[in-house]
Design a protein around this ligand. Sequence first.
Ligand code: TMP
Length: 236
Amino acid sequence: MEKRTQLYEGKAKKIFATDKPDYFIVEYKDDATAGNGAKRGSIAGKGEINNRVTNHLMRLLEKEGVPTHYVKELSPIETLVKVVKIIPLEVIVRNIAAGSLAKRLGLPEGAALKKTVLEYCYKDDALGDPMVNNYHIAAMGWAGEDELAVIAGYSFTINTILSNYLKDLGIVLIDFKLEFGKTPSGAIILADEISPDTCRFWDSKTGEKLDKDRFRRDMGGVEEAYHEVLKRLIGA
Ligand code: TMP
């Protein structure tokens, strides 16, 4: 597959066209931002770790019956993916209170939730990715009601698969963000990434944070945490 024009450059990834109309190439960067771009930096080795962690988890999800955009890892930082039109929603799944939920509801981080929480945010940096609900999504036509039901179903299934898998590796999946896309034939599939940038991973024994919160909150040990996640998942 030949890498062609760069179509997009985001905060953590670039997307390239290929010589085949059905495939894109994703290239992961070491660049890191937080607070909607207010904080900028770089995490050495992040591009490679996020590429490898994402692909490992996407392969697991595919094996368990969840359709994803993953096709093939091309290099340590590049992956071949299926072309989709991204649905402009960040789908957030929360098992334990942390981050913006803890802040919004005045809960201590780590507080138990009686039920898994699903949230949607409209993907728009200029608006600061505002939280929206099913009615906004239908009213704006970002996804049909049937499509949103598929997205919610996949999100809960993904949560079960990943939580169980990570538990065995000594990691609690606190919360995470997913993005879905629509293929040219209209199928909804999982897209984007699943990595320490987009998940909260806490060590089961010590509660230590093994994710981007270390960067967001200037806690130090950022590279070490990303490496620890890769090591537990892949053993590398
Ligand atoms: P939050 O607590 O800041 O709302 O984040 C919830 C989860 O979603 C957390 O695992 C980090 C992830 N996330 C992203 O991947 N991208 C984002 O832009 C935001 C706000 C959160």
